[in-house]
Design a protein around this ligand. Structure first.
Ligand code: C2O
Ligand code: CU
Length: 472
């Protein structure tokens, strides 16, 4: 076996003996996909809602007829959803009853460092707690919260510690998009199971072939013959999805990481790297009752994989007609102006792709939580050039605190398509270079950027940036 560096070694030993469950033996489309429950605040006062969550282990039926031990919020897998509105603060007291330290990051949020859930800001295992305050002084966005305790995050997120956070605002509410039971958040991911039905975790594992939607392996979902809004989240550790309907029919892409696009885009496929979100509207009114169709993934985990059967993500079962007064308007929103950049920086992402080590770097250095890699002047607008120095493996790039814009991909300006949007995570394919632009305002403090193939982040593909008004 290849030598593994440091923390990676410790994380693999307990899995060494278990035999894999053959994923082709797992029955597909047997379990209904649940819609995660919305968490109720413990109290609401003025402009703030207060919540309490307890991180603890629980058993969940991910595979039909088997129980899997998972790490959860409130014992619920999938986690309850938090629904918030711009201008209304959310305060969450998180208590950690797990056996590992955690740090809860709200992905996509514009928050002070003290509530960012940074890798260095841990909640102690066995009863530690911390209160996070989310100001929600930003536009609507489909966000998600997940563990970020350095070295532990990859395994802890993989074992279930993530949940969805839907922030709305007046602009979004003024549109008559599909709502209520017709607005369905879906967290997609993959995993690998042992023959006892337990999630098998090995850092940087290339064999996670079981696909899950809202915590069920290959579920089905009943839909009426009308329009649905699906808010898709890629909560996988490492997997890139390219999603399409089995009949190749078009659907509308209406939003990305940081909320709605300016205009809906008609597409037949949507790409999602780990951490990214896509908001889509699918119109089932063209199908007869009794029709089934499947959301399929066409991007293999690695060349030659997955076999066709495993690439079916979720089956839709059309039940029958239903009233539909929703519309997808031709204009959804206006994106904020971009400002003029005054600073340029480069980031080179590299992971040892020989398999000899689990070493991963940004600009030749593995993450060190005591090192500031990038000093940013408060208020600065910067262009970051991100290069994937690997030739076979993709990466992506996520920046805390800001929503950025994608300027260029592979030397071509990005002026149309799904990436003309507010983004917080961007895919960078093997050998590719992507340019992004962001403005660093709102809070001073230290935050991270990293590859959101979260195993890569755990292996060191992460850096600290510090925003400060007075340059050191
Ligand atoms: Cu979704 Cu730094 O993470
Ligand atoms: Cu990576």
């Amino acid at each position: 076996a290849p030598a593994l560096s440091g923390h990676a070694q410790a994380r693999t030993t307990d899995q060494a003996q278990a035999a894999d469950l053959d994923p082709t033996t797992i029955p597909q489309f047997q379990q209904a996909m649940p819609v995660p429950p919305t968490l109720k605040p413990t109290s609401v006062s003025g402009k703030a809602a207060y919540y309490e969550m307890t991180m603890k282990e629980a058993d969940a039926e991910i595979l039909p007829g088997m129980l899997t031990r998972v790490r959860t919020f409130n014992g619920s897998f999938p986690s309850p959803v938090i629904k918030a509105a711009s201008g209304q603060r959310v305060v969450i007291k998180q208590t950690n009853q797990l056996t590992v330290p955690t740090s809860i990051h709200l992905h996509g949020a514009h928050v002070p460092q003290s509530s960012d859930g940074s890798p260095m800001d841990l909640i102690a295992a066995g009863g530690g707690s911390k209160t996070y305050t989310y100001p929600n002084n930003q536009p609507h966005a489909n966000m998600w919260f997940h563990d970020h305790a350095h070295h532990e995050e990859a395994e802890t997120v993989y074992r279930g510690l993530y949940g969805l956070y839907l922030l709305t605002d007046e602009k979004e509410q003024s549109l008559n998009l599909p709502s209520g039971a017709y607005d369905v958040p879906i967290a997609l991911r993959d995993g690998r199971f042992d023959d006892a039905g337990q999630l098998a975790y090995t850092m940087n594992d290339p064999n996670r072939t079981v696909l899950m939607a809202n915590g069920k392996a290959w579920p089905y979902f009943k839909v009426a013959a009308r329009k649905y809004r699906f808010r898709l989240f890629n909560t996988s550790n490492m997997r890139f999805f390219a999603l399409k309907l089995s009949d190749n029919s078009p659907f509308q892409l209406i939003g990305s990481d940081g909320g709605l696009l300016e205009k809906p885009l008609e597409v037949t496929s949507v790409a999602l790297s780990p951490g990214e979100r896509a908001d889509v509207v699918v119109d089932f009114s063209r199908y007869d009752a009794g029709t089934t169709l499947v959301l399929e993934n066409t991007r293999p985990l690695r060349p030659g994989e997955p076999v066709e059967q495993l690439s079916k993500v979720l089956q839709f079962r059309v039940t029958g007609p239903a009233r539909d007064t929703s519309v997808v308007p031709a204009t959804l929103r206006t994106l904020p102006p971009m400002g003029t950049a005054t600073v340029n920086r480069s980031f080179e992402l590299y992971v040892d792709e020989t398999g000899a080590t689990n070493n991963a770097y940004i600009n030749g250095q593995a993450y060190d939580m005591s090192r500031i890699d990038t000093e940013i002047e408060y208020g600065a607008t910067e262009i970051w050039t991100i290069h994937n120095a690997n030739t076979r493996l993709p990466h992506n790039f996520h920046v805390h605190l800001v929503q950025f814009r994608v300027l260029e991909r592979g030397g071509q300006p990005v002026t149309s398509g799904p990436e003309v949007a507010l983004k917080d995570t961007v895919a960078v394919q093997p050998g590719e270079t992507v340019k992004i632009q962001a403005t660093f305002t709102g809070y001073e403090g230290t935050y991270v950027y990293h590859c959101h193939m979260i195993d890569h982040a755990a292996m060191g593909m992460m850096g600290n940036f510090r925003v400060s008004a007075t340059r050191s």
